[in-house]
Design a protein around this ligand. Structure first.
Ligand SMILES: [Zn+2]
Length: 159
């Protein structure tokens, strides 16, 4: 299920919200709001209908958002198949520039072999991939054209 972009700032701090209010205000399904109860969102009390304190709700949402945005630790990239940050297989990472300042790191997941991507600033590559010899591509292989069916070209097509 795709994560929906929720803006915690829509929640007013000094309001209380019912499940319906939360769903309407944030544009999510009521079931999503109920699911948050299992993730640590606490209602004001046990009475029905359930009410949430705006402050508590906003703090919960910000925390959730922080979780999702949590970036991978140095030396790892997010593998969408494993749904975990993984190390690059064989410590092999390619840097493909997007522009002068930043580009994409590409590597294979050391667990499942899926291609992983991670955005990085050129100046930050060493910090993101410490102790890993990142291979710097000069320009997108697509622009140079693929003469032979090299591994590089295959990777570029996946991008
Ligand atoms: Zn993987």
């Amino acid at each position: 299920m795709a994560a929906k972009r929720i803006n915690p700032r829509r929640i007013k701090l000094h309001h209380s919200y019912s499940v319906e209010d939360v769903a309407r205000t944030l544009g999510v399904h009521k079931n999503s709001v109920r699911a948050w109860l299992t993730k640590g969102l606490a209602p004001i009390d046990r009475r029905r209908p359930m009410l949430f304190d705006g402050k508590v709700l906003r703090a919960f949402l910000e925390r959730q958002r922080g979780h999702r945005k949590r970036t991978c630790l140095p030396g790892t990239m997010y593998c969408f198949r494993c749904r975990e940050p993984r190390r690059p297989a064989l410590a092999m990472v390619d840097y493909v520039p997007i522009n002068a300042a930043s580009g994409n790191l590409k590597a294979l997941c050391d667990t499942c072999g899926t291609i992983m991507h991670r955005r990085a600033r050129l100046s930050g590559v060493a910090a993101v991939m410490p102790g890993i010899a990142v291979h710097m591509a000069e320009a997108s292989p697509r622009l140079r054209g693929c003469g032979s069916a090299s591994l590089n070209c295959d990777l570029a097509k996946e991008a």
